[in-house]
Design a protein around this ligand. Structure first.
Ligand code: NAD
Length: 368
């Protein structure tokens, strides 16, 4: 059996890291027929549009995609392809696991969080304008609806239950943003009693940032609105080891798109230098979504061992700060090749030697 999956290479380092994920995917033995669809800068050059209809058609047809990062011009230029993709395909749930890998690159080796972010509305609704002709004032409108809030909160509780997590924290700013924040808070309070097996609590966004910087191991799953989720998922990526190792997933009711937290890092484009791990861990999440659990476990284990060994790692994982003992940096393709080499060799069921955080209690990867 072969799976047909849309592949969007993206911009900057995107083509290199998605190619790395393909190499690792091939090593799993799972047959994936990649349907390549261009979006972003390359697509503007070829078709005049950063998000051509055939990209959307391909994802709607295959129901699943692996995506590289796509550049968004800052302040002007075309609208974010990433935001448009989420809105047009109604990919309302952005899920970003932040797992410290092999205890490396983090002061918090017990970090094992999942950030669930509402991805279609809030301050990213695209409702913004200049107030006057002189451009001396501007407004961006936060749109928060009960429908989208209910949907993301239910999604987060269901995910927590499915992943055997035990705590869900809703993050908002309902003390100041009494309507948008208040609506999200009310939805959370009404839905939480339907999930008595999950401990539900709330934090204000500012307090949450401080708590995460001090004791991330006490948190488990976080659900929040669009902008707060964007910021918190980068914060959590940093706690767990950095952007280079942070994967993400976008889910709608029927569709799923897997993309790293990091952007297109244009300064490293075409140099075979970027860290491929985030995109490879997106492949791991994709394999889990397909029900290919053993292959997913193999990929995760192979990444873990490669980072733990520190023999073939990209520059960001070779530096002091990531590792106590700096090592020579390898290329993106060499690291992908090393992970791919390990995939068939690792024991996918062997427990991973790592201290456990509060969020990791039922993680099948971890030993007791
Ligand atoms: P970025 O994530 O591209 O880069 C931030 C820093 O992390 C840079 O120093 C970069 O070199 C480094 N970095 C990122 N990924 C890395 C990797 N895999 N290996 C090694 N180093 C890595 O963020 P940015 O510079 O703010 O954004 C660049 C472009 O990417 C912008 O146009 C932005 O809009 C876009 N972007 C796209 C997505 C997406 O497609 N989902 C997400 C974030 C940013």
């Amino acid at each position: 059996m072969s799976y047909r999956v849309t592949l969007i290479p993206g911009d900057g380092i995107g083509p290199e890291v998605t190619q790395a994920a393909r190499v690792v995917g091939d090593a799993t033995g799972v047959s994936i027929d990649w349907e390549v669809a261009e979006a972003g800068e390359e697509s503007i050059r070829v078709s005049g549009s950063p998000l051509p209809d055939d990209v959307l058609r391909s994802i709607r047809k295959n129901k699943i995609a692996l995506k590289g990062p796509i550049t968004t011009p800052i302040g002007s230029g075309f609208r974010s392809v990433n935001v448009a993709l989420r809105q047009q395909l109604d990919l309302y749930a952005s899920v970003r696991p932040a797992r410290a890998i092999a205890g490396e690159g983090t002061r918090f080796p017990e970090t094992d969080l999942i950030v669930v972010r509402e991805a279609t509305e809030g301050l990213y609704s695209g409702v913004e304008h200049w107030v006057d002709r002189e451009h001396s004032a501007a407004e961006t409108v936060a749109v928060v609806t009960r429908k989208a809030s209910d949907r993301i909160i239910r999604f987060a509780f269901e995910l927590a239950r499915r992943e055997h997590r035990h705590r869900l924290t809703a993050v908002h700013k309902a003390n100041i943003m009494k309507t948008t924040g208040g609506l999200f808070q009310t939805a959370f309070r009404e839905i939480a009693p339907r999930y008595p097996d999950i401990a539900a609590d709330e934090r204000l966004i500012d307090n949450m940032c401080m708590q995460l910087a001090k004791k991330p191991e006490e948190y488990d799953v976080i659900v929040t609105t669009n902008l707060f989720g964007d910021i918190l998922s980068d914060l959590c990526a940093g706690l767990a080891g950095g952007l280079g190792v942070a994967p993400g997933a976008l889910y709608g009711d029927e569709l799923a798109v897997f993309e790293p937290v990091h952007g297109s890092a244009p300064k490293y484009a075409g140099q075979d230098k970027a860290d491929p791990v985030a995109e490879i861990l997106c492949l791991e999440l994709l394999l889990r979504h397909l029900g290919e659990t053993e292959a997913a476990n193999r990929v995760f284990r192979a990444v873990w061992e490669t980072i733990g060994e520190k023999k073939v790692v990209t520059y960001d994982l070779a530096l002091p700060g990531y590792t106590a003992h700096p090592v020579p940096a390898s290329s993106c393709s060499a690291m992908a090749k090393e992970i791919a080499r390990k995939v068939p060799l690792v024991d996918p069921d062997a427990p991973l030697p790592r201290p456990r955080g509060a969020g990791a209690v039922n993680d099948p990867h971890l030993e007791a």
